[in-house]
Design a protein around this ligand. Structure first.
Ligand SMILES: [Zn+2]
Length: 269
């Protein structure tokens, strides 16, 4: 009896050991978090705060939530962990080098100072890569892509792409990439949580030509949390509570996405 017990025990041990090996072997899901702007690039500037500060705080909160919930099974990689300037090309390179499974770029929206009623506009939009269907979507992509002009010799780095010329954006028409389905799925989950959970107005899932999404070789989204030019939205975005709500909304969407894809991800490896 004792012998039988020890055989059983040994069997259990080896099963536990092989499970541990399998866990050690399994490649973690790599979530790349990209807080927009940073350093000399403030992004959109409001009356109380600015985009680079808000999005860094939200990304850090989100990273902590993911780390606490998933431990070693999900690895978070930041394109910038602090207030430094990182070029769009380098952000994509960091994500590609890390072998990212998903890329989330976090931003805050605004409209031009000359736009009438800019203090009333508000709401969240989650973008995937594609050709814009409206001038306002193109405007958002132009503003985010214009960051490249802060780099010396950007024209060479970005292969002659002119962020201010709508003709340049034709390259994104051909970008029906293999990641579109997953990108759209995450975008709609995030849009649902930002509007439902974080209480942002619904300005829809949209498509536009963002260089940083185009250069990353994984499913990707670009989140515009809300409009900093709207005083109430800015107060929300500037507050710890508001930033936490946004981070929690993105976390809930990630949790949903990861739960749906976990099995197929581990089967595919
Ligand atoms: Zn931005």
């Amino acid at each position: 009896m004792r012998k039988l017990r020890s055989i059983l025990f040994a069997g259990l041990l080896s099963a536990a050991a092989s499970a541990a090996f399998a866990a050690a072997d399994a490649k973690p899901f790599t979530l790349v978090l990209d807080p927009g702007h940073g350093g000399k690039d403030y992004g959109c500037v409001g009356k109380m705060t600015n985009e680079k500060t808000i999005v860094l705080n939200v990304a850090k909160m989100l990273g902590k939530m993911v780390d606490a919930a998933y431990g070693d099974s999900v690895r978070t990689v930041f394109t910038r962990p602090d207030d430094t300037f990182i070029s769009l090309q380098e952000r994509a390179a960091i994500a590609n080098r890390a072998g990212g499974d998903f890329f989330v770029s976090i931003h805050v929206n605004s409209v031009d100072k000359r736009t009438r009623g800019r203090e009333n506009i508000h709401g969240a939009s989650v973008y995937t890569l594609g050709l814009h269907k409206s001038e306002s979507n193109l405007g958002v992509a132009m503003r985010e892509n214009a960051v490249m002009e802060l780099e010396e010799d950007y024209s060479a780095t970005y292969q002659g792409f002119d962020p201010n010329s709508s003709e340049s954006y034709i390259i994104f028409e051909l970008s029906q990439d293999a990641n579109m389905k997953q990108s759209l799925e995450m975008a709609s989950l995030m849009q649902g949580e930002l509007t439902g959970y974080a209480g942002r107005a619904d300005k829809d899932v949209r498509q536009a030509g963002f260089w940083v999404l185009w250069s990353t070789s994984m499913p990707s989204v670009l989140v515009e949390l809300d409009f900093i030019c709207n005083p109430a939205a800015e107060r929300f975005l500037a507050s710890e509570k508001g930033q936490r709500k946004c981070a929690e909304a993105l976390f809930r969407a990630f949790k949903d996405y990861y739960g749906r894809h976990k099995q197929s991800l581990s089967d595919g490896r």
